[in-house]
Design a protein around this ligand. Structure first.
Ligand code: UDP
Length: 243
């Protein structure tokens, strides 16, 4: 988020550099069951972002010190592959990836019925294979599908999406140039059936009116993405029936 409000990112007709309307998502494709050895998995292609999420468990919580008597713990890792962006990413975890892992775990805790598996853990691995802004949203959306694919009881699915501001205009789902030169970014996690918020982060400044519009866009996009998540899980269920 550079905050360069003077870099022109909107066309004269109000569309964006890639031709999208302000309230339009990048193209999203979701597939469930892509990692054969995992208990559940999903692939989300979101514009040029590509995330694979794999879920293992529930299993006994190790190391012991992470174990909770009354509930399951979510052991979440978010990682960007070294080749996911043009400037090679040094392998291993860094401050950013740990923070995104923690935000993701907190958000998923809002939907997974953790109380059903005391002293257990569920491992959620998110690997970003290509990155072009919005990878936390892509990864969280994939992880929710992977958990459902693993048959983990959940109160709701979870969708993550972001709106932001470019050239003093609120837009949905910032791509890389918009993220670089935009004025604000507001990624959220939303429970699609109840509309509850599971997490919210804000980079940059939005007025109350701009925030309200960004949330209208985020809620609308959540419904669209939820349909794709459900279709991916339904397709997976049908394929299993045929095997
Ligand atoms: N990025 C990068 N190198 C890094 C971290 C991020 O090139 O070490 C790029 C990547 O394209 C990412 C974008 O910057 O999607 C925005 O990163 P941010 O931290 O805002 O998280 P994201 O938008 O991916 O959730």
């Amino acid at each position: 988020m550079g905050g360069y409000g003077d870099v022109q990112m909107l066309n004269e007709d109000g569309t964006r550099m890639d031709g999208r309307r302000p309230d339009e998502l990048r193209k999203i494709e979701i597939e469930a069951g892509v990692v054969p050895v995992a208990d559940g998995s999903a692939r989300v292609q979101w514009g040029s972002n590509l995330a694979i999420a794999a879920v293992y468990g529930p299993m006994e919580a190790h190391p012991r010190k992470i174990s909770r008597q009354d509930r399951c713990v979510l052991d979440v890792r978010y990682n960007m592959a070294p080749f996911s962006v043009t400037d090679r990413i040094r392998p291993g975890f860094n401050r950013r990836s740990r923070e995104i892992g923690k935000v993701t775990a907190n958000a998923l805790e809002s939907v997974v019925q953790l109380e059903l598996y005391p002293r257990s853990k569920i491992r959620v691995e998110i690997e970003i294979l290509t990155a072009e802004a919005g990878t936390r949203c892509c990864g969280i959306t994939a992880a929710a599908v992977a958990l459902a694919d693993a048959g983990i009881p959940m109160r709701d699915l979870l969708v993550s999406v972001a709106s932001g501001k470019i050239n003093d205009t609120v837009v949905l789902d910032l791509d890389k140039p918009e993220d670089n030169y935009g004025q604000a970014d507001l990624p959220v996690g939303i429970l699609p059936n109840s509309g509850e918020l599971a997490f919210l982060q804000m980079d940059g400044d939005l007025s109350v009116e701009e925030y309200d519009l960004a949330m209208v866009y985020n809620m609308k996009a959540t419904k669209e993405i939820h349909e794709l998540q459900k279709a991916a899980l339904a397709a997976r269920y049908e394929n299993r029936g045929e095997q």
